[in-house]
Design a protein around this ligand. Structure first.
Ligand code: ZN
Ligand code: ZN
Length: 226
């Protein structure tokens, strides 16, 4: 993984959703983007014999995202979250989200698509196409992943938007956990070694392989096993 520098953050309000985007400079800048929505509930429950039920994370492959790669991501996620289901069949990328002149898909459009598929839990979409957001740099700025913060949906791309090279599976795994952290309600973290660090702080996949204790505690309260 090369060093990535990041230069911007935007915030916008779309209905009840708040979006923040981290932009990358240099070749494969790491970008994420989030927006706010109603957080998923966590029912208070007594511990011990009656473990707290957790909402399921449903993983969806868009179009030709490789099944075996998705299965490996599912297995990695299962190591930190108890209820993960990978949909057997892939789903089509919504045609209305496609921006042909730059051959990329609108990230928030994919999130809205996934909102219909989360079944009361969480939905993570996997694509090997470029996804974009509108920011101050470009109306179709390529990003790695996007989530609604606390909104239960994320989508990540295995394709680096600038170099068009695929992410390694390790990087993809970290991207997945970062975006799901947003989906579960985590904002960016000030700790530069934390996986939830903002891209603008020079976030590097290779240097942020775990969550800080604060982010861990938060996610564990949501059913994670970190
Ligand atoms: Zn992020
Ligand atoms: Zn943190």
């Amino acid at each position: 993984m090369t060093t990535k520098k990041h230069i911007s953050v935007i915030a916008a309000i779309i209905f009840c959703l708040v979006m923040v985007a981290c932009s990358g400079k240099q070749s494969p800048g790491q970008q994420h983007d989030q927006a706010k929505q109603a957080p998923a509930k966590a029912t208070p429950q007594q511990a011990q014999s009656d473990p707290q039920p957790v909402a399921t994370i449903y993983i969806y492959r868009y179009d030709d995202f490789p099944e075996a790669k998705a299965a490996r991501l599912r297995d990695q996620l299962k190591q930190v979250y108890p209820s993960v289901i990978l949909a057997e069949t892939s789903i089509p990328l919504p045609k209305e989200c496609y921006y042909k002149p730059r051959d990329r898909y609108k990230g928030t459009g994919l999130l809205d698509d996934l909102m219909k598929l989360r079944n009361g839990g969480y939905a993570l979409g996997l694509t090997r196409r470029i996804i974009y957001i509108k920011n101050e740099i470009s109306p179709t700025f390529g990003i790695f992943g996007i989530s609604y913060v606390g909104g239960s949906v994320s989508v990540i791309s295995s394709l680096r938007p600038r170099t068009l090279k695929p992410l390694s599976e390790d990087d993809m795994q970290e991207l997945m956990l970062h975006e799901l952290g947003h989906a579960f309600g985590l904002p960016h973290c000030k700790d530069e070694r934390c996986m939830m660090v903002d891209a603008e702080h020079g976030c590097k996949f290779a240097q942020t392989q775990s969550f800080c204790s604060s982010c861990k505690n938060y996610l564990n309260s949501k059913g994670w096993k970190l």
